[in-house]
Design a binder for this molecule. Sequence first.
Ligand SMILES: *Cc1c(COP(=O)(O)O)cnc(C)c1O
Length: 385
Amino acid sequence: MVRRNGWPESRSRALGTPLQPSVVYVADTPDALDDQYEGRTKGFSYAREGHPNAEVLARAIDALEGAEGGIMLSSGMGAVGACLMALLQAGDHVVAGNQLYGRSLRMLKEDLPRFGIETTFTDPTDAEAFEAALRPDTKLVLVEVVSNPTLRVADMAAITALAKARGITLVVDNTFTTPRAYRPFDHGADVVIHSVTKLLAGHSDVTLGYVAARDPEHRRKIYDCAVTFGFTASPFDCWLGERGLYSFELRFDRAEENARALADALARMEGVTRVLYPTRADHPDHARAKALLGGRGGNMVSFEIAGGRDRTNAFVAAAKNIAFAPTLGDIGTTLSHPPSSSHRALSEEARASLGISEGFFRVSVGVEPIELLIEEFAEAVGAAL
Ligand SMILES: *Cc1c(COP(=O)(O)O)cnc(C)c1O
C-alpha cells in the first residue's frame, strides 16, 4: 500500500539533527504554495532548491564566518563554479592568485575562456604586481589567503583596498585559513567560499562546499545559478558535514598547536633542508601572517628533505602511520608530495620557480598526540638520510 504514515508523534524533540532525505515537500493548498513562493510563509518545496539539512549547516557556517544566507554546494568546486558562473559574463576579466587550488586554476584557464571570460594570474603577495594586473574591465578578484603548498600569505589589506577603490568584487576562498584564523567579511571581502570537505567537516567522509555573499543581489544570483545548474548539496552530505563541524574549533586549535610544534621539530632534524610555517620567524611572509592572522598559523606545514626520488620514496615508506594522501583538513595527519600529485602537471622548472623541489612535502597536521607525530616524522626523516 503506497500510503505514507506521518512521522511518529513525540512531546520530546530529537537532540541530534534529524536527517531529512525527502526530495519533495507536500503543501496543503495552492494558496499555501502561493504564500510560500511569494515569501509570506517559510517552507521547502524541492530539495535541489533547499532542504532542512542544508539550512542547518549553512546557518552554522554563517555564524563562524559572520555571514548571512550562505548556500551549501555539493563540493568546494561547486562553490567556486556557482560563484564565478553567477557573477561573471562574456567580456569580463578576472584577476586571480597564481597559486590557487588546481581545479580553480583549471576552471579559470581552460573552462571560463570558452564563455568569453579571461583571467590574469598574478602573485597575491606582491601588491604592485596585483595592481598592474587590474584592467578597466576587471569584474572580479579571486584569492586564497594562504597558498598551497608553499604557504605564502597574500597581501589581503592591499588587495582589498584595490578592489574596493575600483568596485571590483572580491572573492576569498577561505578553505586553508578557516574563520578560526581569518574572517574575510570582517576585512572587506564580498564573497566567501569554502571547501567544507576539508577542515570544516574534517573527517574525509563528505565532499561539500559553501558560498556566502555580502550583497543580497550577489547572493540571489549565486543561489539561482547553483539551483539551475544543480550544484546544490545533498541532505546526507549536509548532515555529515554538520556533525563534523561541531568539533571544528577544537580540532583546528589542537591541529594548529601540533603544526607549530611539528614545524619547529622538523627544523631541528638532520636532513630537513627547509621548513615553511607562517608564524615561524624564517617564513618569508612572517610579519604579514602575524598582522593578518593574529598569530594563528593554521594546521599546514611544508618542508623539504635533500635528495631525489629514492629519498622521497624512502621517507614516505618509513612514515607508515601517516596517511600519504593528497588531501587536507582530516582529523588525522596526512602527507602529500606535490611533485607527484597536485603539481605533477608542471614542468620541473615551473615547480622550481614556485620553490617546489623533489624533496618537498606538505603536511596537513591532525590532532594526534604531538610526541607521537614528532617521533614518527623523525624516524621517517632518518630513514631518508
Ligand atoms: C579542496 C579545495 C577546493 C575544492 O574543494 P572540493 O570540496 O574538493 O571540491 C577548493 N579550494 C581549496 C583551497 C581547496 O583546498
